[in-house]
Design a protein around this ligand. Structure first.
Ligand SMILES: C[S@@+](CC[C@H](N)C(=O)[O-])C[C@H]1O[C@@H](n2cnc3c(N)ncnc32)[C@H](O)[C@@H]1O
Length: 329
């Protein structure tokens, strides 16, 4: 079947993106990747906060934002928190968050991760077991499609995440209903990243060097690759422009941030297949990249050429809430 898809794309045919086929292919690809996905995405699974993998720069920036959100909520006097991670993969972000939330003194922590790939969910559960004794923590990982209606009650989630490529896998015409659900269940912040149109390539399930070849077909929003072990993947993968993200999200959310993430660090990272150790970037050089990142991360052209687009948003209050508030004033 995969071969047919490639042949059809190469012949110039426009393929319809069937959600049912796609969900199956995505779950299959991430199930097959198993623990390799985790070491590719997160580095050493035992070191939650080491941030030493290839994506360390983006991870560090996202973690700084999330840590700030936890601290701000705790400083406001809150002792309970509810977190939802859509497309949680092996659960790394949720494990980081609940571990830090406990350390900050939250006494009731409800955290749920949802992912379509059962093997990733099993891995997340296994990793979460060591936290089972933490008093006040309810940590669940479930297999499911984030495009289905969410069971969470309205305005019940303090922090809702959808990080690293999850949204790229969702057919664009399904994003409005997904965002409507996220806005319904979230009372705090929604934080998402998605691959930008001008980003460097990824094969999603592993490192780029794990691929014999890869190809992104923009017209059909498809990622095709053949891995070194001969396995083929064919996944729905839509690359976003910042304007598109703004258009998709602004009817449901007040955007607090829409910017590029990792404009320079990934591109300047050494490739062990090519660069000698002496080409490693100095601290001063990395600091200069940080400065440039801050300078250009909101420049529209740079945003569309970043590795990721970062969206931070709070749900718009339903009109009736705003009117009630206005009447009270
Ligand atoms: C690149 S991984 C990112 C995982 C995790 N968010 C992280 O940052 O490490 C993308 C994840 O999205 C999940 N995914 C893709 N489409 C999904 C869907 N419709 N429902 C639930 N999960 C989905 C995949 O199974 C995969 O685990």
């Amino acid at each position: 079947m995969e071969k047919n898809v490639t042949a059809r794309i190469r012949s110039g045919e426009t393929l319809s993106w069937s959600p049912a086929d796609d969900e199956h292919a995505i779950a299959f690809a991430y199930n097959q990747a198993g623990e390799k996905y985790e070491s590719y995405a997160d580095g050493d699974a035992q070191e939650l906060y080491a941030f030493d993998c290839k994506h360390a720069y983006g991870d560090r920036r996202i973690w700084a934002l999330l840590d700030d959100k936890l601290r701000a909520l705790r400083s406001s006097g809150a002792r309970s928190i509810r977190i939802l991670d859509l497309g949680c993969g092996p659960g790394t972000w949720l494990l980081r968050l609940v571990t830090r939330a406990s350390a900050l003194g939250f006494t009731s922590i409800e955290a749920k991760g949802l992912d379509i790939a059962e093997a990733q969910v099993r891995r997340a559960r296994a990793r979460g077991r060591r936290l089972a004794a933490n008093e006040g923590l309810q940590l669940h990982f479930e297999t499911g499609d984030i495009c289905a209606p969410l069971p969470e009650a309205a305005s019940s989630v303090d922090l809702c995440l959808c990080l690293y490529g999850v949204l790229n896998h969702i057919p664009p015409d399904r994003i409005p209903s997904l965002f409507a659900e996220v806005a319904r269940v979230t009372r705090g912040d929604f934080i998402a990243t998605m691959r930008a149109r001008g980003s460097t390539p990824t094969i999603c399930v592993g490192a780029i060097e794990d691929a014999r070849w890869f190809w992104h077909d923009d017209r059909n929003s498809l990622l095709e690759a053949e891995l070194q072990n001969g396995r083929r993947i064919s996944l729905g993968f839509h690359l976003f422009a910042a304007d598109e993200v703004r258009a998709l999200s602004s009817s449901r959310f007040e955007l607090t941030e829409l910017r590029g993430l990792d404009l320079f660090h990934g591109r300047f990272a050494a490739d062990r297949r090519w660069n000698p150790p002496t080409a490693r970037a100095s601290t001063a050089f990395l600091q200069e990249l940080d400065r440039l990142e801050d300078l250009y991360c909101r420049d529209p052209e740079f945003v569309d050429h970043a590795t990721h687009i970062l969206l931070m948003a709070a749900p718009r209050k339903p009109r009736s809430d705003v009117e009630t508030l206005q009447r009270r004033l």
